[in-house]
Ligand binder design. Sequence first.
Ligand code: AGP
Length: 588
Amino acid sequence: MCGIVGYYGSENAAPVLLKGLEKLEYRGYDSAGIALLENGNLRVVRKKGRVSELFNVKDMSGKLGIGHTRWATHGAPSETNAHPHVYGRFAVVHNGIIENDFALKEECRSRGEVFSSETDSEVIAHLLEFYYEGNFLTAVKSTVERLKGSYALAILCADCEGIILARKSSPLVVGSGNGGLFAASDISAIAAQGVDIYTLEDGEFALLATEITFFDGNLKRISKEKIEYDAEDETPDKKGYRHFMRKEMAEIPAVLGKSVCDFTAAKYREFYRVLKQTEQIQIVACGTAYHSGLCAKHAIESLCRVPVEVCIASEYRYSNPIVRPYTLALAVSQSGETADTLAAAEIAKSKGAYLVAVTNVPYSTITRLADYVLPTNAGREVAVAATKSFNAQLALLYSIASALDKAKGGAGFFDEILSLPEKVKCAEEACEEVRAWVPHFLGARSVFFLGRGADYATSLEGSLKLKEITYLPSEGYPAGELKHGTLALVDSSTPVVAVLTQKSVADKTMNAVHEVYARGAKVFLITCFEEYTSRKEVTASLLLPECKEEFTPILSVLPLQALAYYVSIARGNNPDKPRNLAKSVTVE
Ligand code: AGP
């Protein structure tokens, strides 16, 4: 992942770069650094840890600079592995992975060059120095031609008053206005500057000098249209909440109103035509987005009887997948930048599927790859743990199910979908009750989330959320499968959360509840059915509003998100920035 920024303008660069890096910390926070160029002198400051470690360099002079916040891939989080990497007259910041770094480093070492870090990125600075013959731009072109993998690069050369940017499979935007030229991994880092923003595409270059000049892969000048963006949405604040995660959870009921869609407007004609022809659906996604795909599969297959395959994108991309005619591929991604999802989406499209991007970020890479884009409209999500984007994905995927049913001659079930925001509002309010459950989870050796059908998909998401921000080992498990081995892990130190919203299998899930209770486990029940809440096996329960069975995950996930949040803070963690993780996973 990593976030990169660049600035050249009338102000001192250091504070501008630091402000941008803070906005990009969601991409990684293992180390941070900046390089400034003034009168041909490169000055670099790097620190292990968060961007705030750099605040004492705010007063450094220099109007031209680049910066980086790192999520470690090659080499430990440390000052030596922090970017910018400098070699000769070049300083470089990199987001991505250079896959042929070993061979390239050997080549450099054979020339007597010495490396000072364990990173893949440092080799880029070495190649730049090697290829430099007085022309900055051609040195960059020759260098990137040697790189395999992914990169967004911002580069300084001590001989030149400017920044050169290059990208392949990692996002990069540039901006101009307000007395400066800007570069960043995404819009959020520069939107507050109120500038005109342009996206860089794979293989292109940009030079930030007296103005921005764009070049294609052959260094031929090209022109670009600025993009439209909502500056307010791009500059989020916590609005009084202690954490972004809590604020984003509170936004869920309001967000859903913007995510549901009946697809009757004329602008959806093309999508509706595709739905009519669709014979199967493939969903490709990662993490939480994968779980929303699993929930959607349950709803679409049950209500529309159209087969749905949900694929983990990192597996799909290397599996030589079978894509039959009339396949609708849904690439679900909050960020629209997840490397595995992008690669999987590209494969589905190349094999003939009609590719629809379900994403929360306008202008993200996936929107340019897809045949059609459906925005989830959840608004910017800052916390690493996805919450409102999951519910928004569900609202949109259920809407697709309803439209699909109609396209196939059914009546759809959009009225039911329209009632969801109100139900979600009631459930969201009830979620505070799970705070009382927290002490039971603090000393747990491990935690199980059990469910059947759609409840199993929700259990997987509840477990992921808990692992991600509390660091407690946990598993989401199909309730009926537990007895085939995994039950051996359950004892009195294993809290079990049972999700029970599917009437037809409720008693079956209760069988698993009996089994874990008999082994001493405490059971916490999330259900829509009051009759189960007073069972002797249940330590505590949370009652959700009744809802069409196929759509219950949009409600039952809420207490699971809340549980993870409150356990996380009770354990002294920062739920917005869990260790080892980053919001946007732009590397393999
Ligand atoms: C969710 O809490 C995670 N941070 C993670 O699993 C995330 O959902 C996954 O990386 C996919 O991201 P995307 O939706 O931006 O593609």
